[in-house]
Write a protein that binds this ligand. Structure first.
Ligand code: PMP
Length: 423
């Protein structure tokens, strides 16, 4: 290797370290700097909700302190300012996922509401009894139950793509499920319970080949991967703010504009209408047609700032950092006797689910809590996935951009206590 190549390599390494200094990042998150039961907090429940950086918290306080007012309807200064901030957040979301326009961004309460919106509106507009919707065996309940409700209401047929023993989607089985009656494939981008990253681009390509539309549950993907909805070639994409370092109470449904605009309203009320008489109503175009009532204004502003935050750090830098943590955690946890990792797909986001011989996941979670380590224990709203692996629950460590290797070590130390207790 020439000297100049070596120098370039060193500089590149230094640049990526400069771009991602985890201690500097941690300083942005006030909640992380506290002790739980006398131990430094190790927050490993990011898959449930990630913490907010100071910038997000401050932006929301600023709204309440300086320009809080309802949007769209007011002619006064504060209302115009809050409308600008709210619509500005919509534009940030559009840029973040590379939507063709901000008109493709519907604000919903979260991923759950976004999926229910599609199940209800797309279901009413486009699905007939006997039409088929395909999901996978590793969905969150929020991408199972709405389709079961639609099945019971509208007579659609629900089909399920199997997963293998590692948690990979079985693509050959998927190809066989697709057919002329397939109208929608609704699938997760990253499985919340086992971390598998689904090859959604290929899933979409195959679905489109039979004329089906594709909805992606991106709740666990947007915090870890750079998502480009146009490149993925999907039709709908849903995610929640609170897993992306933003507040609760707001999420996003992205849809291709023509498709979105062809869907009937989901809920009726103020702000979504063009004109109302006592006989009938005319509706606004997408996205406003789907936003009945006062939206989560302050939360939208917070989400916009969360997007600014992760964008400034760089999703690629975040992914590289988390990938290092995932590899380290996987190696460390695999070395713990009696511990079994559930979900070992080749392509995984920073989520490790596991069981331990002799200890129920709730016991693991409770003991870890006493050592300051927050993990989730349970079925993770993915009971069919648990059934697939023959367990009723797992303990789950889900990592975020502020986690460190030292925290993984603290997790492993806590697990040693679990072993002492139950071993
Ligand atoms: N899908 C996945 C993959 C999730 O992880 C979650 C949250 N655990 C949801 C959907 C539901 O998100 P929310 O509760 O924010 O609507």
């Amino acid at each position: 290797m020439s000297d100049s190549m070596k120098t370039a390599e060193v500089l590149e390494g230094a640049n990526s370290m400069l771009a991602f200094d985890v201690e500097r990042v941690r300083a942005d998150f006030p909640i992380l700097h506290q002790e739980i039961y006398g131990q430094p907090l190790v927050y490993l429940d990011n898959g449930a909700s990630a913490q907010c950086p100071r910038a997000v918290i401050d932006s929301m306080s600023e709204v309440y302190e300086t320009y809080y007012a309802n949007v769209h309807r007011g002619v006064h200064y504060l209302s115009q300012r809050s409308t600008d901030a709210f619509e500005g957040a919509r534009e940030k979301v559009a840029r973040f996922i590379n939507a063709a326009s901000a008109d493709e961004i519907v604000f919903a309460r979260g991923t759950t509401e976004a999926i229910n919106l599609v199940a209800d509106s797309f279901g009413r507009a486009f699905l007939e009894p006997g039409d088929e919707v395909i999901i996978s065996h590793m969905e969150h309940h929020s991408n199972i139950v709405p389709w079961q409700l639609l099945r019971d209401r509208a007579g659609i047929v629900l089909k399920v793509i199997p997963i293998d023993d590692s948690g990979n989607l079985v693509m050959e089985a998927y190809r066989e499920l697709l057919g002329p009656r397939t109208k929608l494939v609704a699938i997760t981008h990253v499985a919340n319970s086992i971390g598998t990253i689904v090859p959604v681009k290929e899933v979409a390509r195959l679905a489109h080949a039979v004329g089906a539309k594709v909805l992606i549950d991106g709740a666990q993907a947007v915090p870890h991967l750079q998502v480009d909805v146009q490149d993925l070639g999907v039709d709908f994409y849903a995610f929640s703010s609170h897993k992306l370092y933003g507040p609760t109470g707001i999420g996003v449904l992205w849809g291709r504009f023509d498709l979105l605009n062809a869907l009937p309203p989901y809920q009726g009320g103020g702000d979504m209408i063009q004109r109302v008489t006592l006989e009938k109503s005319e509706f606004k175009a997408a996205p406003h047609r789907f936003e009945a009532g006062t939206p989560a204004i302050v939360e939208a502003v917070g989400l916009g700032v969360a997007i600014d935050y992760v964008t400034a750090l760089g999703l690629d830098n975040i992914a590289a950092h988390e990938h290092g943590i995932l590899a380290y955690a996987t190696a460390k946890l695999s070395a713990v006797e009696g511990l079994e990792i559930v979900g070992t797909a080749e392509d995984k986001a920073a989520i490790v689910s596991f069981t331990m011989l002799g200890a129920h996941p709730h016991d693991i979670g409770t003991i870890l809590d006493r050592t300051g380590v927050a993990v989730r224990a349970g079925h993770h709203c993915a009971e069919p996935t648990m059934d697939r692996f023959g367990v009723d629950a797992t303990a789950r460590a889900s990592f975020g951009l502020y986690n460190t290797r030292e925290e993984v070590d603290q997790l492993v130390e806590g697990l040693m206590l679990v072993k002492e207790f139950f071993g």
